[in-house]
Design a protein around this ligand. Structure first.
Ligand SMILES: NC(=O)c1ccc[n+]([C@@H]2O[C@H](COP(=O)([O-])OP(=O)(O)OC[C@H]3O[C@@H](n4cnc5c(N)ncnc54)[C@H](O)[C@@H]3O)[C@@H](O)[C@H]2O)c1
Length: 343
């Protein structure tokens, strides 16, 4: 049985990827995660009994522990998602971002390189290190994705990690693939980013914070579509390549928030006291420093080369996400420390 090691598998996207592979694939999964505030094993409750699933609570900055896991499980693929992932947190406290996203990626790359070099030839050739990254590394760019113009500490250190991964390919021949995706949304999202926070605050009758006039544009990708794309790239992507993954759903933040309110207004559910129209809860707050106006993503390459396309439209994905939120109140009502209004 082939083995896929997923770092950050208890997070939002990592858990969606693990659920996807356990349900649709045949590989064994080793989930390596140290369970920060963003990691939650409940997102894996539906697959954790599988004989193909194992969990190792390990910090990727701990080189010895990472090497021991590689030696023990002998993975064929490493998919690297473990990261600090929230822009506002990176502005308020960049140190942990540098530590996990840069030092952690370096530590993982070095351990992976040593492990890979000792594999027999056939397994060496088939080995992949898949770096999961963001379109934010490209910053405000219009339609090109050739240069790095990152604006926040988060984007800068994800770009740094992407550079390291590329360097380990060029300098040491490590067979890497990098994917850069747009904003994800969907079930099991920690309620600090735009869509889950808006849904949660609306359901609780609290103010829905929106940066500035909400005119920033983002592409939105349903998380299960992303999981399917990652699995496709891992199986058929070409070594040394970058693949952009998007939902073909570009929306202004204000339109996203309005769409959530409209969807909730149409539902036959008990409303919070005093709320007749959820849009009344929208509250404009001072814009984030260095806030990118628009991220654009061109996912023609993965569509044409690997035949992947998103299944969900923004409307269908949002409807599923809201339905899921209503059915899982305990997830949304968990305590957060109040950081963040948008990605
Ligand atoms: N969420 C998005 O919209 C988005 C878009 C594009 C790319 N990405 C990238 O995808 C990856 C996953 O994003 P997400 O939204 O699922 O993040 P997340 O914050 O929900 O999850 C991150 C996971 O990594 C784990 N982790 C953090 N530091 C760790 C460490 N030092 N050692 C081991 N585990 C650690 C956490 O416990 C958590 O389970 C990240 O690399 C992120 O940059 C996210």
């Amino acid at each position: 049985m082939r083995t896929i090691m997923v770092t950050g598998g208890a997070g939002f996207i990592g858990s969606a990827l693990i659920r996807h592979i356990i349900h649709h694939g045949s590989e064994r999964i080793v989930n390596v995660d140290c369970l920060t505030y963003a990691g939650n094993l409940q997102a894996l409750a539906s697959v954790s009994d599988s004989h193909r699933y194992c969990f190792e609570r390990i910090n990727i900055c701990d080189g010895e522990a990472v090497r021991a896991v590689l030696a023990r499980y002998q993975p064929d693929v490493i998919v690297h998602l473990a990261a600090e992932s929230h822009v506002d947190r990176s502005i308020n406290g960049p140190a942990v971002f540098i530590e996990t996203n840069i030092v952690g990626t370096y530590t993982l790359l070095e351990a992976a390189r040593d492990f890979w070099q000792q594999l027999p030839t056939l397994r060496r050739d088939a080995f992949r290190f898949h770096q999961v990254s963001t379109d934010e590394v490209f910053g405000d760019l219009g339609d090109t994705q050739e240069a790095f113009h990152e604006q926040s500490p988060y984007a800068a250190n994800k770009a740094g990690a992407d550079h390291l991964v590329r360097a380990w390919h060029r300098s040491y021949g490590l067979p890497v693939i990098i994917t850069n995706s747009s904003n994800n949304y969907g079930p099991y999202h920690y309620p600090e980013k735009l869509i889950p926070l808006t849904i949660r605050n609306a359901l609780e009758g609290k103010a829905i914070p929106l940066y500035g006039q909400g005119t920033q544009r983002r592409d939105w990708l349903y998380v299960a579509d992303h999981a399917e794309a990652l699995y496709t790239v891992m199986q058929r992507g070409r070594v040394g390549e970058n693949y952009a993954i998007g939902g073909r759903c570009e929306r202004r933040n204000i339109d996203v928030v309005n769409a959530i309110c409209t969807e909730l207004n149409a539902l036959d559910i008990a409303r919070p006291e005093g709320v007749t129209d959820y849009r009344e809860l929208i509250t404009h707050v001072e814009d984030r420093p260095g806030h990118d106006v628009r991220y654009a993503i061109n996912c023609a390459k993965i569509e044409q080369e690997l035949g992947w396309k998103p299944r969900e439209s923004f409307e269908s994905g949002l409807r599923k996400t809201i339905r899921w939120a209503i059915d899982h109140p305990r997830w949304w009502l968990r305590d957060t420390d109040g950081i963040g209004t948008s990605r």
